[in-house]
Design a protein around this ligand. Sequence first.
Ligand code: ADP
Length: 324
Amino acid sequence: MEEIKRIAVLTSGGDAPGMNAAIRAVVRSGISHGLEVFGIVRGYDGLIGNEIKRMQSQEVSNILQTGGTILKTARSEEFMTLQGRKKAYDNLISKGINGLIVIGGDGSFAGASRFAGEHNFAVVGIPGTIDNDLYGTDYTIGYDTALNNVVDAVDKIRDTASSHNRIFFVEVMGREAGFIALRSGIATGAEAILIPEVEGQVKQMMKTMTNRGEIKKSSIIIVAEGEREASIWEMADMVRKELPGSDVRVSILGHIQRGGRPTAYDRVSASRMGVAAVDALLNKKNNVMVGLVNNKITLVPLSKTIKLHKEVNRDLLAIVDLLV
Ligand code: ADP
């Protein structure tokens, strides 16, 4: 493979706070290594539409502390097609770019992996998703900020819950995974946590609530978006029926979870990953994702991140019931 002189970076799929810190690290470390760095606007859609611009160091000034992504993000139907990916390839080649860094989740990596295979193109992934549900890394960019956003919000809900003796069901993000729910539930002292990875939790939650109904009337129950046993509204009704006279409310936290200033942890990790992604391209370690395992940078094949499932931390699960 020819020497890498020009690289491009894009953000794809769901936005996550800390993506800007990763973009900055790619641009600055790329320039430090003597590379020309390009930013692609609006993910794969922008790549197909040739929205590719040269990035200088000053263009990434003052973005480290901001949420969202300055490169914008998108979901691209066209990149799902062979022709779309061919257009993307032609655009990169016409600019002499032969290395691509994709910041996104497993969907973005599935696309990146296909693209790399079809065109023998050097691609490196950086895990950017608030859900933390990517195999091959302990941690994904945005997760820590989202978690802290949830903790802030639930602490506030706790004030009103305890003042009025209310029971609050709080829905947090995580369509497929309970990482945010599990950790935020422990951090806020939730009375119950329901996540898609574990079955039989509705029964357990009902038991907890009926047992404690007389002792303490205010409660917080954290429910991951992807919980399948029952909807959050059904659960609220079940508790209302079981505990007549109880004041049960539902709060869906929604998009506030993914916004705002990234935490120091997200900024530092995103910076490390951005630098490591450029290093990987320069060292011809292609079609890999940069990960953090036990706080050390690792490289894992993109194919594994797509196929393999990341488990929630069972040690954390084990302590939940002991703390209620
Ligand atoms: P995330 O990266 O956050 O998981 P998505 O699942 O929405 O987000 O994926 C982002 C984009 O990646 C999709 O809109 C699509 O353009 C591309 N993509 C996802 N899966 C594939 C695939 N199997 N082949 C080609 N492109 C894909």
